[in-house]
Design a protein around this ligand. Structure first.
Ligand code: ATR
Length: 273
């Protein structure tokens, strides 16, 4: 029998996840169906109950339900607990297991696809919201020399440093305001939501140098203002499409026990932007 999955969000029509998972299923010979599911803004938990009752095996979760998904999970993987957010649910043995594959997806895109190891590197993380929080533990697992979190509201970045203190060496994760950024960095990740408004965080040019990898979690037809600025100052700029495909691959592997190849799928998704 075909195993059923879906992606839950509001809005959801724009989601590329069905296309990505269909490509993974075809490539690995897995018999799954994967669809978009619009949940009412006040009806996420009810939607999940309906999916469980209908025999679904799991779901991805996107905006604005990632925090609620963490709250309704009966069990959380450590990386989801620390992220405080869930993008992947598994319905198994009467449990709703919450996972977060966004951070591992970003790490896979940087290390494997972009070919930039994070061990010993200096990383600048712009933003301290949910997107930033989700990547810190997966980054730390790679053994970077330093992670500096810069945020418009410095107190939020300070809170993130405290949150991850038990998982980092003393001084490995620090926080600052944008005006105090002292570069250059090996890797700069834009985890602010500024690109959504066609804006960019006020990151100084000194954050970048020749050889810096500058990655925006957002993606689109054209480079974001952040990517354009970083490229102007010598960085190799990359958007968030690779992260999107890699977080899906990590979710697929968790559900099916098979890891799909991502390169061809990423190229296909790029060509349809
Ligand atoms: P997400 O879940 O996408 O991380 P969020 O939790 O609302 O969304 O966090 C948005 C992040 O983008 C925050 O770090 C926010 O900074 P503040 O904490 O100061 O609000 C940051 N952000 C949004 N717009 C920005 C802008 N124009 N310039 C700089 N930072 C911005």
């Amino acid at each position: 029998m075909t195993d059923k999955y879906c992606v839950i969000g509001n809005p959801i029509a724009h989601s590329k996840s069905p296309e990505i998972h269909a490509a993974f299923a075809a490539q690995t010979g897995q018999d799954i169906a994967y669809e978009r599911r619009l949940a009412p803004l006040d009806g996420f938990a009810q939607t999940v109950r309906e999916l469980v009752a209908a025999g679904y095996r799991g779901a991805n979760v996107t905006v604005p339900f990632k925090l609620e998904a963490a709250a309704i999970a009966t069990r959380l993987e450590q990386r989801a607990r620390l992220a405080g957010a869930v993008n992947t649910l598994r319905f198994e043995r009467g449990e709703i297991v919450g996972d977060n594959t966004d951070g591992p997806g970003l790490v896979a895109d940087i290390v494997r696809n972009a070919g930039v190891p994070l061990a010993g590197k200096r990383v600048l993380l712009l933003g301290a919201g949910g997107a930033a929080r989700g990547v810190i533990l997966p980054f730390l697992e790679q053994g970077p020399a330093a992670i500096v979190i810069a945020n418009r509201t410095p107190a939020t970045a300070d809170a993130l440093v405290a949150h991850f203190a038990g998982h980092a060496a003393p001084g490995q994760v620090t926080a600052c305001g944008f005006e105090d950024i002292e570069g250059p960095f090996d890797v700069v990740v834009n985890a602010t939501s500024a690109s959504l408004a066609a804006a960019m965080p006020p990151v100084p040019a000194a954050a970048f140098c020749q050889g810096t990898l500058a990655l925006d979690m957002m993606y689109g037809k054209a480079p974001s203002p952040f990517m354009a600025f970083a490229a102007c100052h010598g960085a190799a700029a990359r958007d968030g499409l690779g992260m999107l495909v890699e977080q899906a691959a990590e979710a697929f592997a968790g559900w099916r026990g098979v890891r799909p190849e991502t390169m061809a799928v990423l190229e296909r998704m790029r060509s349809t932007l």
